[in-house]
Design a protein around this ligand. Structure first.
Ligand code: KIV
Ligand code: NA
Length: 271
């Protein structure tokens, strides 16, 4: 059995073989990816993907802790990172520490992730200095959807310099890796060349130091919409619905349960 990498091991992968990551929210999903991923993110995307919320803003600490505990039970060799939900860290470094410590203590996660660049650098430094490894997340930050004005590509044209500054700020603050979400590929490549921590792309570039996707997106289980950056590796949602339709037909025609699914009066081989 391999042991889970530490944040420093992830950081040391800068420039090497790409880091592999997916989100997970449940034990069976975590078990499915444990051998194949370097780290697994308990993302606040859980709110939209599993709870039917319209955005990630309604996700609570309690939801993150419950899903984090479920994921932890399914992981043996991948590192677990957990998202700090909206409202749990923005107010002050002290608030962030209190909630990050709770997430780690109650779930066993090895690190937290939070959204924001330059304006969160002070908080990242505060957490790292107190024993909490932080993965940063810049570019499209879904918790700020109401001020960003939609799920648009970030850092185009004049906004590129500010996004580069965000990536540099979180690096200097001590983040061990940074997610780049929905940014132009050439900017993602420039940031990857510029900062000395791994960049984890989602809608960014194959040149990033790693990639992450929402697992329900790539398996075709979440189908409310599909972002351009999602590649569907399976259509489990369609297959699931077809299976349920078949079950319904078989129940209505009394062809399920069949002889192999029912019990005789006497146990076989007895009497
Ligand atoms: O919540 C999430 O799933 C994420 C990833 C998409 C990076 O933050
Ligand atoms: Na997230």
């Amino acid at each position: 059995r391999k042991t889970a990498p530490l944040p420093d091991d992830i950081r040391a992968r800068k420039g090497g073989e790409p880091l592999v990551s997916l989100t997970a929210y449940t034990t069976p999903m975590a078990q499915m990816m444990d051998e194949h991923c370097d780290f697994v993110l308990v993302g606040d995307s859980v709110g939209m993907v599993l709870h039917g919320l319209p955005s990630t803003l309604g996700v609570t600490m309690e939801m993150m802790i419950m899903h984090g505990q479920a994921v932890a039970r399914g992981l043996r060799q991948a590192m677990m990172v957990i998202d700090m939900p909206f409202g749990s860290y923005e107010e002050s470094p002290q608030q962030a520490f209190r909630n990050a410590a709770r997430l780690m203590a109650e779930t066993g996660a090895g690190a937290v992730k939070l959204e924001g660049g330059t304006h969160m650098a002070e908080t990242i430094a505060f957490l790292v200095a107190r024993g909490i490894p932080v993965m940063a997340h810049v570019g499209l930050t879904p918790q700020s959807i109401n001020t960003l004005g939609g799920y648009k590509v970030q850092g185009r044209d004049d906004a590129g310099a500010a996004l580069m500054a965000d990536a540099q700020a979180v690096t200097e603050a001590g983040a061990f890796a940074v997610v780049l979400e929905k940014v132009p590929a050439n900017l993602a490549d420039q940031i990857t060349a510029e900062v000395d921590i791994p960049t984890i792309g989602i809608g960014a570039s194959a040149g990033c130091d790693g990639q992450i996707l929402v697992v329900d997106d790539m398996l075709g289980l979440f189908t409310a919409f599909k972002a351009k950056f999602v590649k569907r590796y399976a259509e489990l949602g369609k297959e699931g619905e077809a299976s349920i339709a078949r079950y319904a037909r078989e129940v209505r025609t009394r062809s399920f349960p069949g002889p192999e699914h029912i019990f005789a009066d006497q146990a076989p081989g007895k009497g």
